[in-house]
Design a binder for this molecule. Structure first.
Ligand SMILES: [Fe+2]
Length: 390
């Protein structure tokens, strides 16, 4: 039980209060929420990550100084490795900029840290959203961004140092990634409205900011690190691309509209247009597509477990074309019209193998303690030679 508790990422569950009063509506600061946060991300872990030089490029390694993006050329150099020559962040250039107060942003960071991947998995399960995490490292009093809103919910987890977040009163309505929602910095300051709260994040704290809520962050100690997990959810507009083919297959949609149509004729076309769209969308088939889209929306998160494979030993799968059959107190293996008698000493073990989808030597050893390892291996080898196991 104790082990289970210490394995939990969050000390407490996101309760009814979170879902009814904050989720999608209003920011929330949860102090000291993350268990063992220093084992997830620390300055040492950051150094380790940064030192994996060949995973970084101009998409996932961004540097900023006083709210301006630094050109990738200013902190990278040509580096040679097994994949050839690539422009990678240069340790000396990066460190020099950091010592002058520059911030580092590492995008998609959960892909390179299994503990962050577990956090992403947990947040996907909690919200049914699609999660992507970006790490922000910043030096004291150097602001990476001014007041802004994000296009997704943000679950910011703080790991090192202290950071003060300003929360503004205004929330943009359902913004998405489209030029219509790109607002210049000066206008953003005005649209943000009044400052309503200043939240100090300490290591282990979480700050939830719903999509659209204006905010900004200011590091108040050198070496502050937080990871912002962005959660996006499926929207009606996302369904459009999934049902686009249905519009193409609808003959009305492909008909030509006469150039010299009268206003009345055009009105009739629009009314038919709206009906056809309704007919396409309000069907069980489209309902199925929507349900499927929602189900498959979160990113699949799978971790390797080679250790378990090693512990389990070599795995043998059972052929689907061979059947085990008992007749007149004898056992046979049947494949098509071929039939082979199973030697009596292997009858029990073969019957057991056919009750499973796969077996391992260890599984057979623990199941048949009275049979020697030599005999078990002999039985496996016979079945392998007959292509019953593979
Ligand atoms: Fe943000």
């Amino acid at each position: 039980m104790e082990l289970e508790l210490s394995n939990k990422i969050f000390r407490e569950d996101f309760d009814h209060n979170f879902f009814s009063n904050h989720f999608g509506k209003q920011y929330l600061h949860k102090k000291n929420l993350v268990n063992n946060f220093d084992e997830i991300v620390s300055l040492e872990i950051l150094d380790d990550l940064l030192s994996k030089t060949n995973i970084w490029n101009n998409y996932n390694f961004i540097m900023m100084l006083d709210q301006k993006k630094i050109s990738y050329n200013d902190y990278s150099s040509l580096s040679f490795d097994i994949t050839g020559s690539n422009n990678r962040p240069n340790v000396n250039k990066v460190q020099k900029l950091v010592s002058k107060g520059a911030s580092i942003i590492l995008n998609d960071i959960e892909k390179y840290n299994s503990n962050l991947l577990r956090v992403a998995d947990e947040l996907q399960k909690l919200t049914h959203g699609r999660c992507q995490g970006n790490l922000y490292f910043s030096m004291a009093s150097h602001q990476a961004f001014g007041p802004h809103f994000d296009l997704h919910d943000v679950f910011a987890i703080h790991f090192e140092g202290k950071k003060i977040w300003n929360i503004y009163e205004n929330i943009e309505n359902s913004p998405i990634n489209h030029p219509a929602f790109r607002i210049p910095p000066e206008e953003r300051v005005q649209r943000a409205g009044k400052l309503i709260d200043q939240v100090t994040l300490n290591p282990g704290d979480l700050l939830y900011i719903p999509r659209g809520q204006y905010h900004d962050a200011l590091a108040s100690e050198d070496g502050a690190i937080h990871v912002a997990f962005g959660l996006t959810y499926f929207k009606p507009i996302d369904l459009m691309s999934s049902i686009w083919e249905k519009f193409i297959l609808n003959q009305f949609m492909r008909n030509d509209i006469k150039q010299n149509s009268s206003k009345e004729e055009l009105k009739i076309i629009l009314s038919k247009f709206s009906k056809e769209i309704g007919n396409i969308i309000e069907t069980d088939e489209t309902l199925g597509i929507l349900e499927n889209n929602l189900k498959n929306w979160p990113y699949p998160i799978e971790e390797y477990s080679i250790k378990n494979l090693v512990l389990e030993g070599t795995r043998y799968d059972l052929s689907k074309t061979v059947k085990f059959h008992k007749r007149d107190n004898k056992s046979f293996l049947i494949s098509g019209s071929n039939e082979v008698l199973v030697p009596s000493k292997f009858e029990k073990i073969t019957e057991f193998i056919f009750s499973k989808q796969y077996i391992t030597e260890k599984l057979l050893m623990s199941e048949f303690k009275d049979i020697s390892r030599k005999e078990i291996i002999e039985c496996i080898n016979n079945l392998k030679n007959m292509k019953v196991l593979y």
